[in-house]
Design a protein around this ligand. Sequence first.
Ligand code: HEC
Length: 493
Amino acid sequence: MWWKVVAGLLIAIVVGFFALIKSVGITPGIIVHSLTGDGGGTPSQKTVRSRLQVPDGFSVGLYASNVVNARVIMFTRSGDLLVAQPRESTVSLLARDANTDGKADGQRILLDKLYRPTSIDFFEDYLYVSESNAVGRIKFDHESGETIGEYERIITGIADEGNHWTKTIRFGPDGLLYLASGSSCNVCDEIDDQRASITRYNPDGSGEERFATGLRNSVGFDWAPFDNQIYATDNGRDLLGDDYPPCELNKVELGKFYGWPNVNGFGDLDPDFGDESKLIEATSPVHGFRAHNAPLGIRFIDLAAFPKAYRESALAALHGSWNRSSYDGYKVVSLHHKSDGSFEEKDFLTGFEKDGNIIGRPADVTGGPDDCAYISDDFGMAIYRVCYGIEGEAIASTSSSVIQETGLEDFDKATRLNLQSDGEQLFMTRGCLTCHGVSGSTSSGLLPLKAINKRYTLDSLSAFYKTPTPPMPPVHLNEEDQLALSTYLLGIE
Ligand code: HEC
């Protein structure tokens, strides 16, 4: 088809353009964001200074900009920061801050051609990666920051259909590999009992054992240094209104059941799948986050430089609501362990959302070798660094808005109208309305799609269909239908 030729030419021009700007030393990241459909780009230094807030005595700075689709982060033993980027199919390495100016000394791709890599961990000589349907590993030299030999998938065929397709892996203090797998749906009885559970394996992928069940979507988990138990975030179900049910922090123990889909929050029967017989069995959370806050990564930080009030505390990234009539979440909170086993939640890094304007969505947190906390943001394509007692050194960012072409410019009006009406049909009949209103039908707290052409192009929408933001399930359409649907979406005001 002629438009494929045009698309090919465009790609050639873009590749040439990138080579050119690279040769003159301009970061290609600014342009990348407008092609990938991530958030509005990394915020400027000015925006970071004026918007982001931390508790007294702390400072926040931008550690790295233009880190596309940054999800799980993990420091190597030499202080380089690895970042899983599911939509890019890559794991990148942000070079350690050798000149101590508070920012990473460069960024490079460490592993590519992965299938939706969502998390990483180290064990012995290996770097482990969870893809949405597999776990793989490759030898890793912490000193040089280079991989050695071939990447090998040691667990394959893990179900990843439907809503919560990410997988999170971590090695426990017992040397076993723990894997969290989210539910395929908002609320349902799963056929594959690995969904909505935490499973553990030997480091070579053998010895699969279901560790705990009834966990709807535990994207983040960590072991507390004070009791060596797993604490896992869990996203509560949708479509029961703005303020119900709570998202959860669960203390996850072997063989226990945590309620989903029958019991919500602290012992409430679910209106659709409630089952009295499960009430006794279901373990309640140790903390309830506000509904739809979407807690993702959690880490017990235990950083020596932090004040005493942060001993026995964790930081958790609240990605933020999507099906709520006003935004909520969009911040990092600290969770302070109390003597009765519960947790007190306090704001730690806020300001990503202000009056409906969003500049970031925290995805993961970790502690750095410099005793500062690091936060990944998959919307602002940024890594933030929060330190105690160090003067704020927010770094100049080169963000600017680039006027983008969506790719629709090449179609004449009649073709566009035809595609749009086919696309509208697809939108109405392919289940999109379960979660999305379009302009004018924004009631019931569903996510209205607005001004898609400000953030997406034909190409970036195609990438989005394959790796959407959970809980949105991947969209399976042939190329022609994809084009029609995208044309429709790009036309929504
Ligand atoms: C199970 C609920 C669900 C279904 C079904 C669903 N989506 Fe989504 N969609 C979401 C969520 C959740 C987001 C991301 C919200 C967020 O960023 O937190 C999203 C985001 C999007 C975005 C990006 C919006 C933006 O402003 O960046 C587009 C475009 C989109 N969906 C299109 C579709 C289309 C087309 C369909 C039908 C084929 C569909 N969605 C079906 C839940 C859903």
